[in-house]
Design a protein around this ligand. Structure first.
Ligand code: FMN
Length: 172
């Protein structure tokens, strides 16, 4: 797919078949994440791949109980890693920077998944207060969200967009 075909193919899929996502597919997605830009090339994010049904269930409940999520065989959870950034720059301009790195990583992952014929949906950071505890990982992390991953049992809906005229300004 060329890039513009890819962005047209991507959509938020909320229904998945029972066919699993392979380890090779996960590795390719991690490769894509690793290739993305990040502040000072620090890659201040942490990525957690979840297949465990109990943990997925806990994350789903914490995500406002969006029950469709559970059909996705894999969740990938993204966090901004504040310790990683701080080790280099202290608190200088730290604010949202690790969270931005994590968000970029999530975007790369979603586009890579689409290229590979996988379906996905970005789930907001509803679980922000509990995700780290559910996953049992240490550190000063801020939760960016969950990417559900699987094989589509739905098709791309027609979706209205605001269009560039609504959100573009030109200063000439
Ligand atoms: C930051 C963010 C949070 C989102 N959270 C959710 C969510 O919690 N549940 C959900 O079903 N979709 C969620 N989505 C998916 C959006 O609803 C979806 O991207 C939007 O409606 C556009 O549709 P499309 O992705 O199919 O083009 C989220 C997307 C983003 C970028």
């Amino acid at each position: 797919m060329d890039f513009f075909e890819l962005i047209d193919a991507r959509y938020s899929s909320r229904n998945y078949t029972s066919v699993d996502v392979t380890e090779e597919e996960i590795d390719q997605i991690l490769y894509a994440i690793d290739a993305g830009p990040s502040s000072a090339n620090l890659q201040s994010f942490k990525v957690v791949v979840v297949r465990d049904e109990i943990v997925k269930g806990q994350l789903m409940e914490a995500s406002k109980n969006q029950r469709w999520m559970i059909k996705a065989p894999v969740f990938i959870c993204f966090f901004g890693d504040y310790d990683n950034y701080r080790a280099k720059f202290g608190d200088y301009k730290i604010e949202d920077t690790p969270l931005q790195d994590a968000t970029i990583a999530m975007t790369y992952a979603q586009l890579a998944a689409t290229e590979m014929g996988l379906a996905s949906c970005w789930v907001a950071s509803h679980a922000r207060d509990v995700a780290q505890e559910i996953l049992g990982i240490e550190g000063d992390l801020r939760f960016a969200g969950i990417l559900t991953l699987g094989r589509a049992a739905d098709t791309k809906p027609r979706r209205k967009r605001r269009g560039p005229d609504e959100w573009t300004y030109q200063v000439l």
